[in-house]
Design a protein around this ligand. Structure first.
Ligand SMILES: [Zn+2]
Length: 333
Protein backbone atom coordinates (compact mmCIF):
# COMPACT_ATOMS: atom_id res chain seq x y z
CA UNK A 1 0.00 0.00 0.00
CA UNK A 2 0.99 3.56 -0.47
CA UNK A 3 2.72 4.84 2.59
CA UNK A 4 2.74 8.46 3.53
CA UNK A 5 5.90 8.99 1.54
CA UNK A 6 6.58 12.50 0.45
CA UNK A 7 8.67 15.56 0.79
CA UNK A 8 6.62 17.32 3.42
CA UNK A 9 3.80 15.17 4.64
CA UNK A 10 1.60 17.15 6.94
CA UNK A 11 0.91 15.04 9.94
CA UNK A 12 -1.36 17.08 12.11
CA UNK A 13 -4.74 18.64 11.74
CA UNK A 14 -4.65 22.30 12.55
CA UNK A 15 -6.30 23.17 15.82
CA UNK A 16 -7.46 26.40 14.26
CA UNK A 17 -9.62 24.74 11.63
CA UNK A 18 -13.16 26.03 11.72
CA UNK A 19 -15.57 23.53 13.22
CA UNK A 20 -18.10 22.41 10.62
CA UNK A 21 -20.92 23.47 12.88
CA UNK A 22 -23.01 24.61 9.93
CA UNK A 23 -23.08 21.11 8.52
CA UNK A 24 -25.69 18.44 8.96
CA UNK A 25 -23.22 16.10 10.59
CA UNK A 26 -23.53 13.93 13.62
CA UNK A 27 -20.69 15.76 15.32
CA UNK A 28 -17.30 17.29 14.82
CA UNK A 29 -15.23 15.19 17.15
CA UNK A 30 -11.98 13.74 15.84
CA UNK A 31 -12.53 10.35 14.28
CA UNK A 32 -11.67 7.54 16.64
CA UNK A 33 -11.43 3.96 15.43
CA UNK A 34 -8.82 1.33 14.95
CA UNK A 35 -7.41 2.91 11.78
CA UNK A 36 -5.48 6.11 12.30
CA UNK A 37 -6.73 9.06 10.31
CA UNK A 38 -4.55 9.59 7.23
CA UNK A 39 -2.18 12.51 7.44
CA UNK A 40 -3.97 15.74 6.66
CA UNK A 41 -7.26 14.01 5.92
CA UNK A 42 -10.06 13.26 8.37
CA UNK A 43 -13.35 11.36 8.16
CA UNK A 44 -16.43 13.51 8.87
CA UNK A 45 -18.70 12.90 10.64
CA UNK A 46 -16.73 9.69 11.26
CA UNK A 47 -15.32 6.64 9.46
CA UNK A 48 -17.92 4.69 7.47
CA UNK A 49 -17.87 1.76 9.91
CA UNK A 50 -18.60 4.12 12.77
CA UNK A 51 -21.55 5.89 11.25
CA UNK A 52 -23.15 2.61 10.14
CA UNK A 53 -24.59 1.44 6.82
CA UNK A 54 -27.41 3.96 6.74
CA UNK A 55 -26.12 7.23 8.17
CA UNK A 56 -28.09 10.45 7.97
CA UNK A 57 -25.32 11.96 5.84
CA UNK A 58 -22.53 10.38 3.84
CA UNK A 59 -19.11 10.31 5.48
CA UNK A 60 -16.37 12.08 3.57
CA UNK A 61 -12.59 12.04 3.91
CA UNK A 62 -11.82 15.74 3.93
CA UNK A 63 -8.76 17.98 4.11
CA UNK A 64 -10.38 19.96 6.87
CA UNK A 65 -7.61 22.50 7.39
CA UNK A 66 -7.95 23.64 3.76
CA UNK A 67 -11.50 24.84 4.47
CA UNK A 68 -10.01 27.78 6.32
CA UNK A 69 -8.00 28.60 3.19
CA UNK A 70 -11.12 28.64 1.06
CA UNK A 71 -10.71 25.19 -0.52
CA UNK A 72 -13.07 22.23 -0.19
CA UNK A 73 -11.17 19.01 -0.98
CA UNK A 74 -12.69 15.63 -0.14
CA UNK A 75 -13.03 11.99 -1.11
CA UNK A 76 -16.42 10.30 -0.88
CA UNK A 77 -17.22 6.80 0.36
CA UNK A 78 -20.05 4.23 0.04
CA UNK A 79 -22.58 4.76 2.86
CA UNK A 80 -25.24 7.43 3.12
CA UNK A 81 -26.68 7.30 -0.39
CA UNK A 82 -29.88 6.08 -1.99
CA UNK A 83 -28.66 3.64 -4.65
CA UNK A 84 -29.53 -0.08 -4.55
CA UNK A 85 -27.03 -2.92 -4.92
CA UNK A 86 -24.63 -3.29 -6.63
CA UNK A 87 -24.40 0.51 -6.45
CA UNK A 88 -25.25 0.78 -2.77
CA UNK A 89 -25.37 3.25 -1.69
CA UNK A 90 -23.58 6.51 -2.52
CA UNK A 91 -22.84 5.82 -6.17
CA UNK A 92 -21.87 9.05 -7.94
CA UNK A 93 -21.36 7.63 -11.43
CA UNK A 94 -24.01 8.18 -14.08
CA UNK A 95 -22.52 5.76 -16.61
CA UNK A 96 -22.56 2.54 -14.59
CA UNK A 97 -26.20 1.52 -15.04
CA UNK A 98 -27.60 3.06 -11.86
CA UNK A 99 -30.84 5.05 -11.71
CA UNK A 100 -30.26 8.66 -12.79
CA UNK A 101 -32.43 10.20 -10.08
CA UNK A 102 -30.66 8.29 -7.34
CA UNK A 103 -27.24 9.30 -8.60
CA UNK A 104 -28.21 12.96 -8.75
CA UNK A 105 -29.72 12.71 -5.27
CA UNK A 106 -26.46 11.19 -4.06
CA UNK A 107 -24.46 14.01 -5.63
CA UNK A 108 -26.74 16.55 -3.95
CA UNK A 109 -26.10 14.89 -0.59
CA UNK A 110 -22.36 15.14 -1.11
CA UNK A 111 -22.68 18.78 -2.19
CA UNK A 112 -24.75 19.56 0.89
CA UNK A 113 -22.32 17.89 3.28
CA UNK A 114 -19.42 19.76 1.67
CA UNK A 115 -21.21 23.11 1.79
CA UNK A 116 -21.40 23.23 -2.02
CA UNK A 117 -25.15 22.81 -2.60
CA UNK A 118 -26.38 24.56 -5.73
CA UNK A 119 -22.99 24.86 -7.40
CA UNK A 120 -22.43 23.27 -10.82
CA UNK A 121 -20.49 20.03 -11.07
CA UNK A 122 -17.81 19.75 -13.73
CA UNK A 123 -16.93 16.23 -14.85
CA UNK A 124 -15.16 14.80 -17.87
CA UNK A 125 -15.72 11.61 -19.81
CA UNK A 126 -12.75 9.77 -18.39
CA UNK A 127 -10.74 7.93 -21.01
CA UNK A 128 -7.49 6.99 -19.22
CA UNK A 129 -5.47 9.60 -21.07
CA UNK A 130 -3.51 12.69 -20.05
CA UNK A 131 -5.75 15.50 -21.30
CA UNK A 132 -6.67 18.19 -18.77
CA UNK A 133 -9.66 20.52 -19.14
CA UNK A 134 -9.63 24.09 -17.91
CA UNK A 135 -13.13 24.66 -16.61
CA UNK A 136 -15.02 27.94 -16.62
CA UNK A 137 -18.62 28.67 -15.77
CA UNK A 138 -21.27 29.41 -18.38
CA UNK A 139 -20.96 32.80 -20.00
CA UNK A 140 -17.51 33.60 -18.72
CA UNK A 141 -14.99 34.89 -21.21
CA UNK A 142 -12.59 32.53 -22.89
CA UNK A 143 -9.22 32.05 -21.30
CA UNK A 144 -5.84 31.75 -22.91
CA UNK A 145 -4.83 28.19 -23.74
CA UNK A 146 -1.41 27.23 -22.55
CA UNK A 147 1.23 27.48 -25.26
CA UNK A 148 2.24 23.88 -24.77
CA UNK A 149 -1.34 22.68 -25.01
CA UNK A 150 -1.28 21.39 -21.45
CA UNK A 151 -4.99 21.98 -21.16
CA UNK A 152 -8.01 22.79 -23.23
CA UNK A 153 -10.96 25.03 -22.47
CA UNK A 154 -14.38 23.83 -21.41
CA UNK A 155 -17.45 25.62 -20.11
CA UNK A 156 -19.94 24.29 -17.59
CA UNK A 157 -23.32 24.48 -19.38
CA UNK A 158 -25.88 26.79 -17.83
CA UNK A 159 -29.26 25.04 -17.69
CA UNK A 160 -30.14 21.89 -15.81
CA UNK A 161 -29.51 20.68 -12.28
CA UNK A 162 -26.11 21.74 -10.94
CA UNK A 163 -25.09 18.18 -10.13
CA UNK A 164 -26.33 16.78 -13.45
CA UNK A 165 -24.17 18.61 -15.96
CA UNK A 166 -23.08 16.71 -19.05
CA UNK A 167 -19.42 15.67 -19.25
CA UNK A 168 -17.37 18.59 -20.57
CA UNK A 169 -15.32 16.45 -22.92
CA UNK A 170 -12.95 13.53 -22.99
CA UNK A 171 -10.29 14.11 -20.37
CA UNK A 172 -8.87 12.76 -17.14
CA UNK A 173 -8.21 15.99 -15.34
CA UNK A 174 -9.95 19.28 -14.59
CA UNK A 175 -8.56 22.60 -13.35
CA UNK A 176 -10.24 25.88 -12.52
CA UNK A 177 -9.70 29.29 -11.00
CA UNK A 178 -13.41 29.97 -10.62
CA UNK A 179 -14.97 29.76 -7.19
CA UNK A 180 -18.09 27.66 -6.89
CA UNK A 181 -17.32 25.24 -9.71
CA UNK A 182 -17.23 21.71 -8.29
CA UNK A 183 -14.56 19.59 -9.98
CA UNK A 184 -15.11 15.85 -9.62
CA UNK A 185 -13.30 12.74 -10.82
CA UNK A 186 -15.00 9.36 -10.47
CA UNK A 187 -13.10 6.24 -9.46
CA UNK A 188 -13.53 2.64 -8.36
CA UNK A 189 -9.85 1.55 -7.95
CA UNK A 190 -8.00 4.21 -9.96
CA UNK A 191 -6.39 6.91 -7.86
CA UNK A 192 -8.28 10.19 -7.46
CA UNK A 193 -5.80 13.06 -7.12
CA UNK A 194 -6.76 16.53 -5.88
CA UNK A 195 -4.57 19.61 -6.27
CA UNK A 196 -4.83 23.02 -4.68
CA UNK A 197 -2.77 26.18 -4.42
CA UNK A 198 -4.98 28.04 -1.93
CA UNK A 199 -3.02 31.30 -2.17
CA UNK A 200 -3.11 31.40 -5.97
CA UNK A 201 -6.76 30.27 -5.93
CA UNK A 202 -6.32 27.40 -8.37
CA UNK A 203 -7.58 23.84 -7.91
CA UNK A 204 -7.58 20.62 -9.92
CA UNK A 205 -8.73 17.01 -9.94
CA UNK A 206 -7.11 14.10 -11.77
CA UNK A 207 -8.18 10.51 -12.46
CA UNK A 208 -5.11 8.28 -12.45
CA UNK A 209 -5.32 4.61 -13.33
CA UNK A 210 -2.42 2.66 -14.74
CA UNK A 211 -2.95 3.95 -18.27
CA UNK A 212 -3.20 7.55 -17.11
CA UNK A 213 -0.11 7.19 -14.94
CA UNK A 214 1.83 5.74 -17.86
CA UNK A 215 0.63 8.66 -19.99
CA UNK A 216 1.74 11.24 -17.42
CA UNK A 217 -1.70 12.51 -16.38
CA UNK A 218 -0.60 13.53 -12.89
CA UNK A 219 2.25 15.72 -14.15
CA UNK A 220 -0.11 17.12 -16.80
CA UNK A 221 -2.50 18.13 -14.02
CA UNK A 222 0.24 19.89 -12.08
CA UNK A 223 1.38 21.65 -15.26
CA UNK A 224 -2.16 22.79 -16.00
CA UNK A 225 -2.45 24.15 -12.47
CA UNK A 226 0.86 26.00 -12.89
CA UNK A 227 -0.30 27.45 -16.21
CA UNK A 228 -3.12 29.10 -14.26
CA UNK A 229 -0.75 30.66 -11.74
CA UNK A 230 -0.20 27.94 -9.15
CA UNK A 231 3.26 27.40 -7.72
CA UNK A 232 4.00 23.69 -7.36
CA UNK A 233 5.92 24.34 -4.14
CA UNK A 234 2.81 26.02 -2.69
CA UNK A 235 0.48 23.31 -3.98
CA UNK A 236 -1.10 20.63 -1.84
CA UNK A 237 -1.51 17.25 -3.54
CA UNK A 238 -3.98 14.71 -2.15
CA UNK A 239 -4.13 11.09 -3.27
CA UNK A 240 -7.37 9.37 -2.37
CA UNK A 241 -8.33 5.74 -1.82
CA UNK A 242 -7.28 3.43 -4.66
CA UNK A 243 -6.72 -0.27 -5.16
CA UNK A 244 -3.54 -1.22 -3.32
CA UNK A 245 -0.57 -3.27 -4.31
CA UNK A 246 -1.92 -5.78 -1.82
CA UNK A 247 -4.77 -6.58 -4.23
CA UNK A 248 -4.00 -5.22 -7.69
CA UNK A 249 -2.38 -8.09 -9.54
CA UNK A 250 -1.39 -7.10 -13.07
CA UNK A 251 0.37 -8.67 -16.04
CA UNK A 252 3.97 -7.91 -17.01
CA UNK A 253 3.03 -5.39 -19.73
CA UNK A 254 1.01 -3.23 -17.35
CA UNK A 255 3.60 -3.53 -14.63
CA UNK A 256 6.35 -2.43 -17.01
CA UNK A 257 4.32 0.44 -18.47
CA UNK A 258 3.90 2.06 -15.07
CA UNK A 259 6.92 0.72 -13.21
CA UNK A 260 9.39 2.04 -15.78
CA UNK A 261 8.16 5.53 -15.01
CA UNK A 262 7.28 5.14 -11.31
CA UNK A 263 9.26 2.40 -9.57
CA UNK A 264 7.39 3.26 -6.37
CA UNK A 265 4.26 1.79 -7.95
CA UNK A 266 5.76 -1.69 -8.23
CA UNK A 267 4.24 -3.96 -5.63
CA UNK A 268 3.53 -7.55 -4.68
CA UNK A 269 0.13 -8.84 -3.65
CA UNK A 270 -0.45 -10.50 -0.30
CA UNK A 271 -0.14 -13.87 -1.97
CA UNK A 272 3.10 -12.93 -3.70
CA UNK A 273 1.97 -12.02 -7.21
CA UNK A 274 3.29 -9.10 -9.30
CA UNK A 275 1.15 -6.04 -8.69
CA UNK A 276 0.83 -2.29 -8.98
CA UNK A 277 0.04 0.38 -6.41
CA UNK A 278 -1.57 3.27 -8.35
CA UNK A 279 -1.62 5.59 -5.34
CA UNK A 280 2.11 5.11 -4.81
CA UNK A 281 2.67 5.88 -8.49
CA UNK A 282 0.58 9.03 -8.24
CA UNK A 283 2.45 10.09 -5.11
CA UNK A 284 5.78 9.63 -6.86
CA UNK A 285 4.51 11.67 -9.80
CA UNK A 286 3.51 14.49 -7.46
CA UNK A 287 6.91 14.43 -5.77
CA UNK A 288 8.65 14.68 -9.14
CA UNK A 289 6.39 17.55 -10.13
CA UNK A 290 7.65 19.46 -7.10
CA UNK A 291 4.45 19.47 -5.07
CA UNK A 292 5.13 21.18 -1.77
CA UNK A 293 2.83 19.10 0.38
CA UNK A 294 1.67 15.55 -0.22
CA UNK A 295 -1.14 13.70 1.55
CA UNK A 296 -1.96 10.08 0.79
CA UNK A 297 -5.15 8.43 2.07
CA UNK A 298 -3.46 5.05 2.15
CA UNK A 299 -6.68 3.04 1.89
CA UNK A 300 -7.13 0.07 -0.44
CA UNK A 301 -10.51 0.17 -2.19
CA UNK A 302 -10.55 -3.60 -2.71
CA UNK A 303 -9.88 -4.33 0.96
CA UNK A 304 -12.46 -1.98 2.45
CA UNK A 305 -15.84 -3.05 1.10
CA UNK A 306 -17.76 -0.99 3.63
CA UNK A 307 -15.91 2.15 2.60
CA UNK A 308 -15.17 2.02 -1.10
CA UNK A 309 -16.38 0.79 -4.46
CA UNK A 310 -13.86 -1.47 -6.18
CA UNK A 311 -14.02 -2.45 -9.84
CA UNK A 312 -11.59 -5.30 -9.28
CA UNK A 313 -13.24 -6.71 -6.17
CA UNK A 314 -16.78 -6.36 -7.54
CA UNK A 315 -15.93 -7.68 -11.02
CA UNK A 316 -16.95 -4.48 -12.77
CA UNK A 317 -20.49 -4.27 -11.39
CA UNK A 318 -20.18 -1.47 -8.87
CA UNK A 319 -20.58 2.23 -8.27
CA UNK A 320 -18.17 5.13 -8.28
CA UNK A 321 -16.77 7.28 -5.50
CA UNK A 322 -15.42 10.73 -6.21
CA UNK A 323 -12.60 13.06 -5.52
CA UNK A 324 -14.23 16.49 -5.22
CA UNK A 325 -12.56 19.89 -5.03
CA UNK A 326 -13.79 23.47 -5.24
CA UNK A 327 -12.81 27.00 -4.35
CA UNK A 328 -15.23 28.43 -1.82
CA UNK A 329 -17.07 31.46 -3.23
CA UNK A 330 -16.20 34.62 -1.38
CA UNK A 331 -13.17 33.12 0.35
CA UNK A 332 -9.56 33.95 -0.41
CA UNK A 333 -8.49 37.07 -2.15
ZN1 LIG B 1 -5.74 -4.38 -0.93
Amino acid sequence: MAGAAGPAVEGSMSGTSPAPSDRPSAGDRPAPGDRPAPAGLVWRPGPPEMVGPDPAWPPVLVAEDLLGAGVVAAFTSRPGGSSAPPFASLNLGLAVGDDLRRVLANRRRVATVLGLAGHPWALARQVHGATILRVGSAGQGAGRPAADGAWVEARVPGPGPPEGKAPLGEADGLVTTEAGVVLAVLTADCAPVLLADPAARVVGAVHAGWRGLAAGVVEAGVAALAALGAAPAATVGLVGPAVGGCCYEVGPDVREAVGARYPAALATTRDGRPALDPAAGAAQALERAGIGQLRVAGECTADLADRHFSHRRDHGRTGRQAGVIALVPGAGR
